[in-house]
Design a protein around this ligand. Sequence first.
Ligand SMILES: Nc1ncnc2c1ncn2[C@@H]1O[C@H](COP(=O)(O)OP(=O)(O)OP(=O)(O)O)[C@@H](O)[C@H]1O
Ligand SMILES: [Mg+2]
Length: 251
Amino acid sequence: MKLNRDSQYIRAVRLKREQISSFDTFPFHLPVIRNFKEIQFHPNITYIIGENGMGKSTLLEGIAIEFGFNPEGGTLNFNFATYDTHSNLDQYLRLVKGINRARDHFFFRAETFYNVATNIEEMDQVLSYGGKVIDSYGGKSLHEQSHGESFFATFTKRFQGNGLYILDEPEAALSPLRQLSMLSRINELIHQGSQFIISTHSPIIMAHPDANIIELTENGMQEVRLEDTHHYSIMKQFFEDKDRLLHHLFQ
Ligand SMILES: Nc1ncnc2c1ncn2[C@@H]1O[C@H](COP(=O)(O)OP(=O)(O)OP(=O)(O)O)[C@@H](O)[C@H]1O
Ligand SMILES: [Mg+2]
């Protein structure tokens, strides 16, 4: 069953603006934080999109940490730290949670997934009871699979439904065909009571209709339609008239 406004796990995120003393330094200087408006999450999927450096990862990380995730990702049970570079944005965010609790949780970050894979191997070396952690990821060491294979194994095997999934660039390393499979997996999971918050550059990943798209720009944030995103229109121009686009590009 799909989640709705009454059953979704996270409803909104607000900024504790009154507690921020200066908007001159990272992360508060980012346009998304300076011009922050409450984000009302879609019960199924909320996409956070925008150009490189607009603050998508910073925002997602703040939301995830405030929820209780490890800054580098994983389930709620991961608490390793390879680098301590996360911002303190989480302390200035207030999450409005729903009445229902998710049964599965995962914060996926393409950037630090390697560390999650390493941490799974370390946990499996010390824990002997209750089965191996890697078994819920399909059983095969994530380091012994290709980049894309290990991501995909996580989405297909580890994600179980009734979950809250925060994903930062899940398309990284996925071929276009796998991105379509990923979208299909997302569709299955929302029909099994899951809620997603996804940052992405992929017009395929952001194409699910049961969603809101929030674009971060130099002016702050705004809700957009898929067809009005740069991601979509640039790809469209490329496929409709590649030669013309290249001609302008190379001039
Ligand atoms: N720890 C940090 N200290 C200072 N500045 C940082 C730090 N982390 C990120 N930034 C800066 O904050 C801005 C936003 O970074 P962020 O990683 O959130 O962008 P993004 O929207 O996720 O970009 P991309 O699409 O490339 O992943 C960037 O300009 C980045 O250089
Ligand atoms: Mg990012």
